[in-house]
Ligand binder design. Sequence first.
Ligand code: ADP
Ligand code: MG
Length: 709
Amino acid sequence: MSAVSRITLRELAEIDVGRLARVGPKKREALASVGVDTVLDLLMTYPRRWVDRTNEAHIEDLAIGVEALVLVTVRSVSKRTGRNRRTIVDVAVGDGSGRMHVVFFNQPWRDRQLTEGLQVALFGKPDVYRGGLQMTNPIVDLIGDRTGRIVPIYPQSDKAQLSTWEIAGWVENAIDRARPRGIGDPVPPAVLARHELIGRQPALFGIHAPESIAEQRTSRRRLAFDELLRVQVALVRQKRALEQAGRGVEYEDRGAGLVAQFYARLPYPLTDAQQRTIDEIAADLDRTFPMHRLLQGDVGSGKTVVAVSALLRAVDGGHQGALMVPTEVLAEQHATSIRALLDGLTVGTADNLFGERPLRLELLTNRVTGADRAAILSGLASGEVDLVVGTHALIQQGVEFASLGLAVVDEQHRFGVEQRAALRSKAGESVPDLLVMTATPIPRTAAMTVYGDLDVSVLDELPPGRTPIVTHWANGPLEESGVWDDVRAEVAAGRQAFVVCPLIDESEKLQVASAEETFERLASGELSGLRLGLLHGRVVPAERERAMGAFRTGELDVLVATTVIEVGVDVPNATVMVILDADRFGIAQLHQLRGRVGRGVHTSTCWLVTSQVLEENPRLTALVDSTDGFQLAEVDLDLRGEGTLMDTAQKGRNDLRLASLRRDRALVELARVVAIDLVGDDPEMSEHAALRDEVDLLVAEREEYLTRS
Ligand code: ADP
Ligand code: MG
């Protein structure tokens, strides 16, 4: 390298885009309006598409009904008003091999955009109209007078009045001016060579002005890798920093053998996956730094047992455990089922003649008030309460722990920075261990990104003896009547059913109303004569307990409920799950709801009911086709895109412009491996300062991703 070092991204980020040739004040303003202020912003404005001139179709090659790209010259343009006062712009185009007609409906501005003699790329599906070829509302790219075999097409903005050829010109200017010094590469050459990645400079130049589509691809691969690497480096650094920042809780052995007592009482052996996961957690707890682990497992894979075993290990070691869930209803349900699991367990104690006392688990939600609340709070502060189940409020409001060892979060909402800070503040001199459980699996690559600062355990095995759930889609009212016949038949055979009511917006009030209405309708109509119960978020706890209890013991045949039954309800005799207006739920939630049945020896059925006949619904079809939560998570990501997964509201330089968690799964994994390698155990990255600087420059705080279902 010469005396002058190569250009870094930070330097590019410090050069105003107005300093490029042909960027006057007006264009400078236009660029600012699309978020481009610096030369780096400009260079990271990647083409949307590349038109390969050597490969485009000619008009004479076009096949009817087959999408194609043609490069044509505009011959004439006319505008008229059609029926319904729609504006129609007619354009005649040609390319030497033939002529074609193009029509635009409701795009009046096209007659200003397309002028005679202009070269444009059209992408669309040709049809025959009045004996000639015609494209209707094709995608139009103005390519101006750019030459070269491959023409980059930039995101143009009519509003800001920026055209793709202007952007291409500025980019070219920036590249020319960067060439003498060269663009630096923060990734060591050996890493690039090992993973067949090209250099930063050829990639950056090659994505804007490739000589071939192959070059465009290798350029994109490198730059997408860089984006993912920056994200992973940020996460791995954060992980290392967390590990080094606080001392973990130390567990001694109080010798009560709580975990062993617990296993001895379990009515079934652990699955191999549960055992493996429990061992992973136990190893974490033994380390000197605090645990940050994510437990992924499909519905019904037995996460509760894993969590309880970890919590008991903490109590055994002389500390307390907390289980946090998203809602109060869930907290109540979890407390009940965990209490049942822990019945009869005892903890060693010094202040009792017999040297032991019963393990004490308490439920703490906002519904627990008065003297009860005071007693629990004082028990937590004194250490007499060993385990507590509640909502996130547990760690947020003035709850004092004598010594919180482990917090388990059964998560639906993101357990983010703030919560972690709150958790740390519960610590004495050491930081509590944290186990986050996902309610439903998320795809591996997404987990790596969204939860990249956590270690991950996967429960990839269901307990034995499950009978697979058969799922049907009852599409419309006619098919719905068959659903109620099925419910009646199952009840006649001694089984039970759930009916989940439509999800109406996010309003609890409306949901309650809809549940009540459905209950009335079914009780006096389709399911008259059966014993029906009703459960929703506004039913008072005592009444709710009664309904759940009655359902559990078989005094009720059918439980009509809102999504409050989503998690934690476990009634093996229930074999039918009916979900009304199923098209209003997401894949993850449907899968979660469906998991409430299929827990016994009898074959279970899940009915996804839509109140109207739908042409198609890929989500419902996916549910019918698969019962594998991990596979469904992949489908979900494909259908929804990562927009819902990642916080797109992030302003400014978004880190993932080229890379996609969906399409670039292999690259995500590669980036993770490389990041772990480059960070090593030095979060400061003193040996890779350039890379670290890029991460600081470009990666926003990655904590607040949305992973809601
Ligand atoms: P989830 O992972 O969905 O939270 P749960 O922890 O609620 O799953 O467990 C689902 C059901 O499986 C419960 O009825 C539980 O008692 C049962 N279960 C858990 N582990 C085993 C096992 N190893 N063998 C048999 N049944 C098990
Ligand atoms: Mg669970």
